[in-house]
Design a protein around this ligand. Structure first.
Ligand code: C2E
Ligand code: MG
Ligand code: MG
Ligand code: MG
Length: 284
């Protein structure tokens, strides 16, 4: 192929690029095996109500326990999974794993308000039968739909608005929640915010990061929070790492918070401990 492109294009085949392509191919092949081989894991990160200082749920985050490379994070493989369509299989695995976990937690949860969020990729959000799959899987483990929430980005919603709206509507009918993820990173439209088929908006950590040191950023986040409230939606702040950030967001009326300050993503057993005992550092 290089020959056909002519001499001036030879540098296209830089060894580093070739290696990168080869590596992506290897990752993809290994990832295909990862599901049947039982190498995927779910980590759970707590979400807290900033106003009442209680745990109100968790986000389920996929991990890949690679036989040679150890525990791998989604940044390493979700992009490749998305390009190949494999992300839909990973999503199906996540739905089943989380439903089974919620089933196991029935006693721990008692009648507490607690819902687990899972991330939907664009391909999943428009996949036919998504609501049916979630409905069947929750029923199989006797999990109420109210314990299950899907997170979707605006960008995903935009790739096929009709198909994804139909799916989200189907989920809403079941009682499954819908939340907008990574708000503030894509092309957010103010008028669209009011029409979103969602109950909550998660402000991306990039919005939260500098609120303590930058008064203008703080004012901006306050305005975003008012906008979310005016749209009739609940607000969630992602990436809260310090007590000062938590305090400011609580004072501004942000409903929920998530971040290393409250707890890092961890194995299900850690989450179960938090549900039972609560977070020691919760008062902000
Ligand atoms: P996300 O949905 O926005 O998830 C939040 C990410 O922020 C997680 O990264 C979480 O570990 C990290 N995080 C939480 N608190 C803090 C904090 O205080 N500081 C900092 N710096 N980071 C914090 P993670 O687990 O690496 O996941 C990255 C992204 O991968 C997720 O972003 C989501 O878009 C995607 N992802 C994760 N699990 C799945 C999945 O099962 N399916 C799909 N389609 N995507 C997933
Ligand atoms: Mg998320
Ligand atoms: Mg996010
Ligand atoms: Mg993200």
């Amino acid at each position: 192929v290089a020959k056909n492109l002519g001499r001036s294009n030879v540098q296209v085949f830089h060894p580093a690029m070739l290696q990168a392509t080869h590596e992506r191919f290897t990752i993809l092949e290994e990832l295909r095996q990862a599901i049947p081989a039982g190498q995927l894991r779910v980590h759970y990160q707590p979400l807290v109500s900033l106003q009442t200082s209680t745990i109100i749920g968790a986000e389920a985050l996929v991990r890949w326990n690679h036989p040679d490379r150890g525990l791998l994070y989604p940044d390493y493989f979700i992009g490749i999974a998305e390009e190949s369509g494999l992300v839909v299989d990973i999503g199906e695995w996540m739905i089943k794993a989380v439903a089974a976990q919620l089933g196991d937690w029935t006693e721990v949860l008692e009648d507490r308000d607690f819902a687990v969020r899972i991330n939907l990729s664009a391909a999943e959000s428009r996949a036919p039968g998504l609501a049916d799959l979630i409905d069947r899987t929750l029923a199989e483990h006797a999990v109420p739909a109210e314990r299950f929430i899907v997170e979707i980005t605006e960008t995903s919603l935009m790739t096929d608005p009709e198909a994804s709206s139909a799916n989200l509507l189907g989920l809403r009918k079941l009682g499954v929640g819908v939340e907008i993820d990574d708000f503030g990173t894509g092309y957010s439209s103010i008028s669209y915010l009011r029409k979103l088929p969602a109950q909550a908006v998660k402000m991306d950590s990039s919005l939260i990061q500098d609120i303590v040191s930058d008064p203008r950023q703080l004012k901006f986040v306050a305005a975003v929070l008012q906008l979310i409230e005016a749209a009739g939606l609940l607000s969630v702040a992602e990436g809260i790492e310090t007590a000062d950030q938590a305090r400011l967001l609580t004072r501004m009326g942000c409903d929920y918070g998530q971040g290393y300050f409250f707890g890092r993503p961890a194995e299900a057993s850690v989450m179960a401990g938090l549900i039972g005992k609560g977070l020691p550092s919760l008062r902000v």
